[in-house]
Design a protein around this ligand. Structure first.
Ligand code: GLN
Length: 454
């Protein structure tokens, strides 16, 4: 903990930690020492973590990187963080992210972007998003691991951009209680760690049924670490042909081919598969996620939480809402709220929202079909490129940014577990990651396949 606190002090330029909690860290570390001396030391005991700013942490600013939550200190602890702290983990502080987890580069944050510790020719790179601060902090050794959340790729893409491991669990494996909601039917929290074993250990502490989240599954949590045998002989790995895009960069093609060869050498059977509705996933996601976000974000009205705009003489409650939301939400969040309310409006509900929900079912069925045919896991690239330069995409058409999520959103739409594992580098030496997608509730097997890949 001391070493991490010192490293954090020296790494301000990464802008990864946005709220520092050294006093809490010291107290928790001392308590962990006591537990260890008493012989009661769970695996997470004394492990210094960074916590994404999307998690409500009691008495500690929890802003979801938004101006509208300025000054908000929750009265309660999220289920995930309280489980981690009960297991002895230590909180070093809160981590940067895209505002309300909307983005792929950490550039929508009210704190300004986090920076990737990897550089290409002195170009500053994005750590990815939305869990960009988490990825940057783990990659730069500012903490041993971090929490992330993933609605459309926000754990896996930043993990791939920074050369770390990130796992998005099956929808319902990890409680969403106390995690600021973006798109409730897609959001899952998960571990961002240095390797697959750490991901297994941390997922263990984060998982489990929570009566406070009605979508939390009442299922036993297997021993994830015990599953790491590295033996994948006879497992069937699906390679979806729809993910092999025409303009795929050569380094990504090579990464994917190398990973396939590695699993084959380890004894897996490689099978080409088809997931025919893949091309509709991004448009469906960018209808469903904003629709849910527009509803979830209605609570930020200047009354209940955080920021309220200064009002002029004669302003009423409508002006208060309007001014507060105009000041409090950044441009990307406003865009999502507008898209979301539009697709949910009476005249367009069937044409957009309902259609997207039908497409979502078809995407889920694509996966069910290949799993029923005996495929154990699906291997794809995690991202269409290595980390890009800061500022390179922010100004561009927002659709360019959304295209980053092309390999990851299907997993959230289908509620499946997915893991990004760093397996190579591009020509400039920047990290690249592969994604494995598993059957629902089979994180143990997924982690083991990831373990064989790293
Ligand atoms: N980049 C995607 C978006 O902006 C995914 C974000 C996420 O997973 N939280 O919606």
């Amino acid at each position: 903990t001391q070493a991490c606190l010192t490293a954090i002090d020296g790494a301000g330029a990464l802008n990864a930690f946005v709220h520092h909690t050294p006093e809490i860290a010291s107290q928790q570390a001392a308590a962990a020492d006591t537990r260890i001396k008493a012989g009661d030391a769970p695996d997470m005991c004394g492990i210094p973590l960074g916590i994404k700013d999307l998690f409500c942490t009691k008495g500690v600013p929890s802003q979801a990187a938004s101006r509208i939550l300025e000054g908000f200190k929750p009265e309660y602890e999220s289920t995930v963080t309280s489980q981690l702290f009960d297991a002895g983990a230590v909180m070093l502080g809160k981590l940067n992210m895209d505002e309300f987890a909307m983005g792929s580069s950490n550039e929508t944050s009210t704190y300004g972007n986090a920076v990737n510790p990897w550089k290409a020719d002195d170009r500053e790179l994005t750590p990815g998003g939305s869990s960009g601060g988490s990825a940057s902090a783990v990659a730069a050794d500012l903490c041993l691991a971090a929490t992330g959340t993933d609605t459309g790729g926000s754990i896996r893409q930043p993990a791939a951009f920074t050369g770390i491991t990130g796992l998005k669990p099956t929808y319902g494996r990890v409680s969403r209680w106390g995690v600021v909601a973006f798109a409730s039917s897609l959001d899952q929290a998960g571990p961002m760690t240095k390797d697959v074993r750490d991901a297994a250990i941390m997922l263990q502490a984060m998982s489990g049924h929570d009566p406070k989240d009605s979508t939390s599954a009442d299922l036993a949590v297997p021993d994830f670490e015990a599953a790491l045998t590295g033996d994948i002989k006879g497992k069937v790995i699906g390679i979806p042909k729809e993910y092999r895009m025409d303009d795929m960069p050569a380094d990504i093609v090579k990464l994917w081919d190398d990973g396939t060869a590695m699993l084959k050498d380890a004894g897996a059977e490689i099978r080409e598969i088809t997931l025919p509705h893949t091309k509709y996933a991004l448009p469906a996601y960018y209808v469903i996620a904003p629709a849910e976000a527009s509803s979830n974000l209605a609570r930020y009205d200047g009354v209940r939480f955080g920021h309220r705009a200064k009002l002029a003489q004669g302003d009423g409650i409508t002006e208060m809402y309007e001014k507060t939301r105009a000041e409090g939400f950044g441009p990307e969040v406003q865009r999502r709220v507008m898209v979301g309310t539009y697709v949910l409006s009476a005249g367009f509900y069937d044409a957009y929202y309902n259609r997207a929900r039908k497409v979502r079912t078809l995407i889920k069925q694509d996966f069910e079909t290949v799993f029923a045919a005996g495929v154990d896991a699906i291997l794809t690239p995690a991202t269409p490129s290595a980390a890009f330069g800061l500022g390179e995409m922010a100004e561009a058409d927002p659709i360019q940014m959304y295209l980053n999520d092309v390999f990851t959103v299907t997993v959230n739409l289908a509620g499946l577990p997915g893991i990004a594992v760093p397996t190579g580098t591009n020509a400039q030496g920047l990290p690249l990651g592969l994604q494995l997608i598993g059957r629902p509730w089979e994180e143990a097997e997924l982690l083991n396949t990831g373990y064989a890949l790293e």
